[in-house]
Every structure is written in C-alpha cells, then in structure tokens.
Design a binder for this molecule. Structure first.
Ligand SMILES: *Cc1c(COP(=O)(O)O)cnc(C)c1O
Length: 389
C-alpha cells in the first residue's frame, strides 16, 4: 500500500476551473473573489463580518491587535494546540500562559480556567484575552467560557482552525456568539483549503474595521477615517501600523469553490470516524469522545493508548510510520517547546496535557481516504498494540 498521509486536500475540477478563471481575469489580488468568499463564509456561519487573510496565524495576530493586546497584557490558551495559538500574543509583546485540558474532550477545561482565574484575580494578573481551541473540530464549552469572560472581563478569540463546518449547540461554529472573534485556517490538511489562508469572523463592526485595516498596512481610502480631506483622487492615509496579510484572488476562488462541498467533506469525515470507532471498538485504546452539544468538523481522529508508557507509544507510532501510515501527534504541549521553556515553563505544568501527549496518535482521515486504506490502518494498529503488550 502506498504512503497514507494523516490528512490531505480534496481538489476537484470545479476548484481547478475556479482558480483558472481568476488567472484569466483582471485581478490576481484585491478583486471581487475575496469579498465573495468572505460573504460565503460569514453567511454559512451566521456571523456579521469576515476578514480573509493569508493564514490563520495572521488572523490570530490581527485579532489580538484589534483587541488591544500589547506589552503588559497576558493571553491564555491551551497547551494542546499548534504553536500559532500562543505565538500570536507574543507577536504583540504580551505574555502567554496555559490552562490545562479537559480529560474527555482534550479542549481547554472551563473548570481549570475558573480555578486559574480565581488565583489570577488574587494576584492582579487576569488575562486580557483567552484563546480556546476547538481541537479536532469539537467545540470547546463556549457557553461556560463566555460566562467566565463576563465575570472576569476578558475577551475571547476562538481558534477554530480545525472546526469550520462544525456546530455547537446546533449553531455553526464561527458565529462568534460566545466570543469576540473566531479564526479559521484553510491550510491543505484542514477541512477546506485555499493552499495557505485564514479568516477572522466577528459580529463587532469596530473589530472588523480594525482587522480590515491591519491586514493591509493600516491604510484607508475612506475619507471619513482620514485626518483631513483627501489631497486628491490618488490619496490614501496610513492610520495604523498594519501588515500585508491579504489573501489573493486565486486563494479566495479556491476557497469559495471548496465551500460548495464543505458539508459533504464533514459528512465524509463523520463516516470515516464512525467506521474507525466500530473497527477499533474491541481494542484497548481510548476513542475520541464527543460531547452531546457538539457536531465536530472532525479535522482529526485522535486515539489514546491506555497505559501512558512512552516506550509503548513510541513503538506503536514508529510501527505505523514504518508501514507507510502518516500518523501524527496533535500536539506537543506548546510550553514544552524550547522557546516557551526559555520563558520559564517547566515539565509538569499541565499534567493532563502531558498525559495526553504521552498517549495520543492522530490516525489518517481525509475525504479521499478509501475503506481499503482504513482497513490497513486499523489492522496495522491492532497488530502493533497486540505485539507491544
Ligand atoms: C493550522 C492551525 C493554525 C495555523 O493555521 P495557518 O493557517 O497554517 O496559519 C493555528 N491554530 C491551530 C489550532 C491550527 O491547527
């Protein structure tokens, strides 16, 4: 069997045609495709505003800036995430801290968040922003996090990089009902792709305007935002220090076309996930647990080996890779990265996250994953677990 990656894009002829038609059009950037894509995603998610950018990392950065994160501030996130969820605060000069995960969903635990907030309040070090991450596409307990945000006065950015197409309490993730901003990623391993790309959704007009400015140099062409009447028709003003974080027309056309199949992509992932859970039901491992409030986008299918043994975990992981199965581990606790260790974090800081790290394996899942490939993955995994005992 040829190499099986853990995730990969599904690009069809309609997607290709959409990109080619942009190539033949007048605009490769700053044309009509980006606003169209933004409208499609905002409408799908039932959010008022959507700002497309060149990556979810950029979206996280401008969301933090729009919420005035800066030196002297603290931003909290989960350790079980991609480094970008924490780095965005560092870009703004803020400190980062981590809240341990829930043992069932592996998402940031609202209980531990509440405990940590109590302590932080006593120390006068409350976070300015908390960034919950919807790991593998399953929403965090957003209602609980939102209640805490009202109580303690912090802002919330949902890192929904895994979660477009998913639902929480029967409403689309991305509607930002329990947060200030929601972020999506369109990297090729995610649910839909624009090659590289991301988006920030919000219902707050002021935040939307700030993020719009920040993605394009902080430049405005709107006379009402300028310090004086325009010098002439050429005139624009830079009123903030922004970046070039724009999404291209090619990317937006691909994303817009992919939106047509978003529900289908998620349905296929659910089918694969269900089949994994059936085929693996007799194996002594933990299968992904789904909260009843959640309809996950199922970016990942994460299993946990039960005995918390590093050697066993490594042997199973290596065995799968040796068989040509591109399993992965989402994620190494962020604070164990040398960059964060150098900021003072130590082993043992978030015990639940470290226990997860010692046992987790993401099995392959993507829309063109065949049943034969899945059988091979399951058979190989079963043999390895049996052998390692
Ligand atoms: C992929 C990912 C990101 C970064 O997305 P990019 O679009 O590659 O910048 C951020 N957070 C999480 C949780 C991710 O999985």
């Amino acid at each position: 069997m040829s190499y099986i990656p853990y995730g990969r894009q599904d690009v069809d002829q309609n997607d290709i045609d959409a990109v080619i038609s942009v190539l033949k059009s007048d605009f490769l950037t700053q044309g009509p495709a980006v606003p169209r894509f933004e409208t499609a995603v905002a409408t799908y998610c039932d959010a008022k505003y959507a700002i497309a950018v060149n990556s979810a990392t950029s979206a996280l950065h401008i969301a933090c800036l729009a919420l005035d994160v800066g030196p002297g501030d603290v931003v909290w996130t989960t350790p079980i995430t991609f480094v970008a969820s924490a780095n965005c605060a560092r870009y703004c000069g803020a400190e980062v801290d981590f809240v341990d995960i829930d043992e069932q969903t592996y998402n940031l635990s609202p209980t531990k968040l509440a405990e940590k907030l109590l302590v932080a309040q006593a120390q006068g070090k409350l976070p300015k922003v908390v960034i919950p991450v919807h790991l593998s596409g399953q929403s965090c307990d957003m209602e609980a996090i939102y209640q805490l945000s009202l109580q303690y006065g912090f802002k919330v950015i949902e890192d929904a990089s895994h979660a477009i197409g998913g639902r929480y309490k029967n409403q689309a993730i991305g509607n930002s009902r329990y947060s200030d901003v929601t972020i999506f990623s369109f990297h090729p391993v995610k649910i839909i792709t624009t090659a590289e790309g991301g988006m920030a959704l919000t219902n707050n007009a002021e935040l939307a305007k700030k993020m719009d400015l920040l993605r394009s140099h902080g430049i405005t062409r709107d006379p009402s935002e300028m310090t004086h009447t325009p010098d002439g028709p050429w005139y624009y003003q830079q009123i903030e220090l922004g970046f070039n974080y724009r999404m291209t027309e090619l990317q937006a056309a691909l994303g817009l076309s992919q939106m047509d199949r978003l529900d289908q992509f998620v349905a296929i992932r659910h089918k694969i996930s269900k089949r994994y859970s059936e085929l693996l039901s007799d194996v002594d491992i933990s299968l992904p647990w789904q909260h009843p409030d959640s309809y996950s986008g199922l970016h990942l299918y994460v299993v946990r080996l039960r005995n918390n043994s590093k050697a066993h975990h490594l042997a199973v992981f290596e065995g799968l890779r040796a068989a040509g199965i591109g399993v992965n581990l989402h994620y190494i606790p962020v604070y164990l990265q040398p960059y964060y260790k150098n900021l003072g974090f130590e082993i043992g800081y978030c015990p639940e996250a470290e226990a997860y790290y010692a046992e987790a394996i993401s099995l392959p899942m993507y829309s063109n994953f065949t049943e034969a490939q899945q059988n091979f993955v399951v058979d190989t995994l079963k043999k390895l677990i049996f052998k390692a005992r």
